[in-house]
Each structure stands twice: as structure tokens, then as C-alpha cells.
Write a protein that binds this ligand. Sequence first.
Ligand SMILES: Nc1ncnc2c1ncn2[C@@H]1O[C@H](COP(=O)(O)OP(=O)(O)O)[C@@H](O)[C@H]1O
Ligand SMILES: [Mg+2]
Length: 234
Amino acid sequence: MSYPLNPDPKQNEAPVIRVNNVCFNWSSEAKVLKDCSLEVPQGEFWMLLGNNGSGKSTLLRLLAGLLIPDAGSIVMPYKTGFVFQNPDHQLVMPTVGADIAFGLVNENLSPVQVKNRVRSALDAVNLADFERRPIHALSGGQKQRIAIAGAIARNCEVIMFDEPTALLDPDTQLELVAQVQNLVKKRNLTALWVTHRLEELDYCDGAFLLEGGKVVAKGNPQSLKQKLLAAEKS
Ligand SMILES: Nc1ncnc2c1ncn2[C@@H]1O[C@H](COP(=O)(O)OP(=O)(O)O)[C@@H](O)[C@H]1O
Ligand SMILES: [Mg+2]
């Protein structure tokens, strides 16, 4: 029998998402991120919390490469998918199958390969029979699962979510977060999920709090939840 040198494999893993001392200003008056740093380990599901206007979406746009930091660096070596608050801004084709296939146009796949990718991605989000459904006939939660299937079809190893449950009712909200937790573990993905709903913290491995342009707390999601609940009451 052999034993691993390091019993905690996580300690051997480099972080998959790394933000080092990032500064970003929309204008000289509006400094949004000031020396912001965070790391998400491989195979984990982390959440990013912070008040409205604290810079969460700005940070995600920096991670997406849509904005360039004024200072600091971002390391994101893996293929990354994004899921936004409003799926109607993200799903562009008339049917589910066509929308997921649309995300694969740059990959030079044969029609059979595209079909297989679409089917297995739909399977992953438990919407196996939805290929021919029109997008407009889906519920909000189903639309978000199609957006996730799009990232899975592209073989993304990392998925970022910007308040994906903001437009969902409470039951659908918790179903979606539980499903993402499951997907991360089953497929060994890494995910960063922006939210301001404290109940979602029950599903993640760790959490960050963004305040005053930097991460002021990180780690155990339950401690962060207690701290934020106490702050709400006071
Ligand atoms: N496109 C933009 N142009 C100028 N300022 C912006 C833009 N987007 C966001 N901001 C400002 O940046 C700050 C952070 O916004 P945002 O990242 O959207 O916060 P959050 O997602 O945490 O609510 C806010 O003060 C907001 O007004
Ligand atoms: Mg936002």
C-alpha cells in the first residue's frame, strides 16, 4: 500500500483563478478596485459577496478579459465560461440545441461531434430532452441551465456566474445553486459565483467579501454568513 506524500491534494494544486493586487478605475473619481486579490483552488466552488456597487461585476469583467486592470495581474489559464444575471441577454438562438451549438462554431467540429457535445451538455444539466425546445418557452431557471450547458459543451474547466439567481424565485434559486455545486464536484470544475443572497453560502466551499475595493474576508462560508447576518441586524 502506498500513501500520498501530501494527504491533502489541494495543497499541491495551483489556484485556477488568481487575482493579484488588481486596481481598476472607471474614471479618475470612481476608484472601484484597490489592491484586490483572491485565489480560487482547482475543483472548488467559491462565492463572491459584496454590497451593490462594490465592484463584483467589474471584477468578473476583468476576469473575462473585457476590461484591463490599471495595475496588478490576473491569471486565468483555463478555458472559462460565463453565466450572467439575465439569460435573455446571453441566449441568442431560437432553440436550445441551436444555442448550445452556436457556442461551438469556432471549434471546427463535424455535425455529429456538435450533436454529441450538445447532447452530453444537456444531459449534464438534466435537460436531456430539451434540444428542440424554443428558448422563449423555458423558465428562468431552465434558461440558466442552458447557459451552463453552453459552457460545458465548450469543455470549459472554469465557470463564472454573475448573480445568476437574481431573477429566479427562491425554490428555483436553491435548485440552481445545488445543481452547480453538484456539477463542480462531479466534473471537477472550478467555479466563482457572485451573489448577495446569504442562503446560497450553504452550497459553496469558500467565500470572499468585497468591500472598499478589496477582499476583506475570505474562507469559511458559514463564518462569513454569520458575520454578515450579524451586520444586517445591527
Ligand atoms: N460601465 C461603467 N461605467 C462607469 N462606471 C461603472 C460602469 N459599470 C459599473 N460602474 C461603477 O463601478 C462601481 C461598481 O459597479 P459594479 O461592478 O457593477 O458593482 P456590483 O456588481 O458589485 O454591484 C459602481 O460605482 C458603478 O457605478
Ligand atoms: Mg453586479
